[in-house]
Design a protein around this ligand. Structure first.
Ligand code: SF4
Length: 350
């Protein structure tokens, strides 16, 4: 920590560093890293929680699909309590929808095999880390000719969200702690624009306390030396080129599309949809749900500002009062990787 203070003092101005990944946010709180940093060196939480950035419209469409008689909807557990426009998946389940929590997309294939008269839909949310397992499940569904398996894809890509933050004049971000897990798949090249186009720093960082502290030191060194580069701290796991096999697998089934990020907006080429060849498994296309009455963000929720690093969760007037993990108003309070949930768990209660 002395080293961080020395380099920071050399820089001599306030510095904003954003951790993009929700797992980093939780690790930073767990290890009490924020409280050890010099005043003026701020760690901001970014949009790296896939549950938090899933749009209300997508949640409402998936709920509508789950209410159909011949559908079994499968989802990861942290999506269950995210509030939609009118209800959550948990509430839809209480009303009779057949919604099942799975631990892997492959579990859906076992469910589809024994429920041949039902359509089994996987609500697929996640970044580059989880998409290969969804592609693997699609591969198996094709290979085993399991025709009653579909996915509703809200899979997203991390680099386009970083670029939008860099284009914004709402906040200045000097450097990014880049996600270790996502980078095992995509490698370093998709982040190069951070340094080359925007002259900012980035370090792909691991999740232990010493990894994060080293990542911060590497970022500060770049800034102190007037350099902008994207570097790898997490070298034991992340390589320059990433996992080409996993990327090929993703590219076989998915293509990029514009995607709506809750709190941020529509980002070009930031999502993944099934390629035309596999469109028969695309739940959005197959069920074609029309939400004519529109969707609205929960009143007073400031998840958008939190996800863009403009406000910290405790600055939201609902934080810890109307909005708690037991009774969440916004998505950032639901997922364990959400900034508001992390602030609540580690700040307010400890
Ligand atoms: Fe949204 Fe709750 Fe976070 Fe406020 S505290 S920004 S209402 S999730």
């Amino acid at each position: 920590m002395e080293l961080i203070k020395n380099i920071y003092n050399k820089i001599g101005r306030p510095i904003n560093i954003m951790e993009v990944c929700g797992t980093h946010t939780v690790a930073i709180f767990k290890h009490g890293i924020r409280s050890l940093l010099p005043e003026g060196l701020k760690l901001l939480s970014g949009p790296g929680c896939p549950v938090c950035v899933t749009s209300i419209e997508d949640i409402d469409k998936v709920i509508a699909i789950s209410m159909l008689d011949d559908v079994i909807l499968c989802t990861f557990g942290d999506m269950m309590r995210v509030p939609g426009g009118k209800k959550s998946l948990s509430e839809a389940k209480a009303e009779g929808a057949d919604i099942r929590i799975v631990y892997s997309p492959l579990d859906c294939l076992s469910i589809a095999r024994v429920n041949i008269n039902k359509k089994v839909v996987f609500f697929s949310a996640g970044f580059e880390t989880t998409t290969p397992s969804v592609a693997g499940t699609l591969f198996e569904a094709e290979r085993q000719k399991i025709d009653n398996f579909y996915i509703y894809s809200v899979n997203k890509l991390v680099p386009p969200a970083i670029e939008i933050l860099l284009q914004s004049d709402e906040i200045n971000i000097d450097g990014f702690i880049l996600p270790g897990h996502v980078s095992t798949i995509i490698g370093i090249h998709p982040y190069k624009f951070i340094a080359e186009k925007y002259k900012r720093s980035g370090v792909i960082t691991g999740f232990k306390a010493e990894d994060i502290i080293t990542g911060i030191v590497m970022l500060l060194r770049q800034i102190a030396e007037g350099r902008a580069a994207v570097e790898i701290q997490y070298k034991s796991v992340v390589t320059e080129i990433g996992n080409q096999k996993a990327m090929d697998f993703i590219n076989e089934f998915f293509e990029t599309c514009d995607s709506y990020w809750r709190g941020i907006g529509m980002l070009p080429n930031s999502g993944l949809k099934l390629r035309e060849k596999y469109r028969h498994r695309d739940a959005e296309a197959v069920f074609n749900i029309d939400l004519s009455d529109g969707v609205a963000e929960p009143k007073g929720c400031q998840c958008g500002l939190v996800l863009r690093g403009i406000k910290i969760p405790s600055e939201c007037p609902l934080f810890g009062k109307a909005c708690t993990p037991e009774k969440p108003v916004g998505a950032c309070m639901v997922s364990t990787e959400g900034s508001c949930a992390a602030y609540y768990k580690y700040n307010l209660l400890s």
